[in-house]
Design a protein around this ligand. Structure first.
Ligand SMILES: Cc1cc2nc3c(=O)[nH]c(=O)nc-3n(C[C@H](O)[C@H](O)[C@H](O)COP(=O)(O)OP(=O)(O)OC[C@H]3O[C@@H](n4cnc5c(N)ncnc54)[C@H](O)[C@@H]3O)c2cc1C
Length: 295
């Protein structure tokens, strides 16, 4: 029987029993028993401090575009709902973590600021993108990130510049209970028409190479050094492999798609089959790029 949550936590805006299918792009998972949606940094801090005081494990959710959740989750989940205001100082743009990632790239383009074109097709939130050091087309967040603001696992507020070793390929130090609150990108003034043309080119590329008409969680496995996970999976003949309504995409082998009624267990099984076959055939151990949450 889960224990009742303390009053200090319950003062933070929250909802109960929200299906993860609605909180993730893949559209599977059980129930999020407690979804906390602070609208200010202070409320987010109150959430973390209350969890720490009570010794409660908790999780941070962004746009759910890199996530597979297995079953229900009793642990409180934090999803920031900070006002979506952007701040511009010269060519620097600061966005709250809960700002849409694609919307940020679009806003930068509209302002004639170049540097976030790579982000224009990566869904989710700014917070999730910083945490994952999201990137595409040879660029990633650490190339433009000059400051970030976050809560420590104890709930202290810190703002700092990134340091060597804090960000690498699809990884950052912002794990283990750290909560990204905002990020500042150092961009370059450019011609809005040219920036838009670059965005359109990237979108076109994605549209022709990714299964964007079906629910998915982006690339499932990280690219092993010097190799392409998609190519390894394709060479193993796994495109189109289907378990229930979960399928290895025919368009891009490193995407698993939901044909409508897939379950999280089907995705977990499909990932395991893909991992095992690639290991047997190529001797390469694929590491998930998506996060898997289970109780
Ligand atoms: C169609 C599609 C295309 C994609 N293409 C790309 C791509 O080209 N490149 C790429 O890098 N990714 C890509 N992705 C994956 C995904 O969009 C990125 O990893 C994205 O940055 C995740 O952000 P999110 O807000 O959805 O994070 P979530 O999926 O909600 O969470 C991912 C991780 O970030 C943590 N997190 C979320 N918010 C915060 C926060 N505020 N503070 C601390 N931790 C936080 C979560 O705890 C979790 O560990 C794609 C996904 C899809 C569905």
């Amino acid at each position: 029987m889960p224990r009742p949550l303390p009053d200090a936590l319950l003062k933070v805006p929250h909802r109960r029993e929200v299906p993860f299918a609605r909180l993730t792009t893949l559209g599977v998972g059980g129930l999020c028993r407690w979804l906390f949606e602070p609208t200010t940094e202070l409320e987010a801090q109150a959430f973390v401090r209350a969890c720490v005081r009570e010794g409660l494990p908790w999780r941070v959710l962004g746009g759910g575009s890199n996530l597979v959740v297995l079953g229900n989750l009793e642990a409180p989940v934090l999803r920031l709902a900070l006002p979506k205001e952007l701040r511009r100082e010269g060519a620097r743009l600061t966005a709250p973590a809960s700002h849409g990632h694609i919307a940020l790239a679009e806003a930068a383009a509209t302002l004639g600021l170049s540097g976030l074109e790579f982000a224009s097709g990566i869904p989710g939130s700014v917070g999730g993108a910083i945490r994952m050091n999201a990137g595409a087309y040879g660029r990633e967040w650490i190339d433009v990130l000059v400051r970030y603001r976050f809560l420590t696992p104890e709930g202290d507020l810190v703002e700092k510049a990134p340091e060597p070793g804090e960000f690498r390929y699809r990884w950052s130090c912002l794990t283990g209970g750290r909560v990204v609150l905002s990020a500042t990108a150092d961009l370059a003034e450019g011609d809005p028409a040219r920036i838009r043309a670059q965005v359109a080119e990237y979108r076109e590329k994605r549209g022709t190479s990714q299964p964007l008409s079906k629910r998915n969680a982006g690339c499932i496995f990280k690219n092993p050094p010097g190799q392409s996970a998609g190519r390894l999976i394709d060479q193993a003949g796994l495109k189109g492999l289907r378990i229930g309504d979960a399928e290895v995409s025919l368009e891009h082998a490193n995407f698993l798609v939901n044909h409508g009624r897939a379950t999280a267990a089907e995705f977990a099984e499909l990932m395991e089959v893909v991992r095992t076959r690639v290991l047997e055939l190529h001797g390469v151990e694929l590491e998930p790029e998506v996060e898997i949450w289970r109780e």
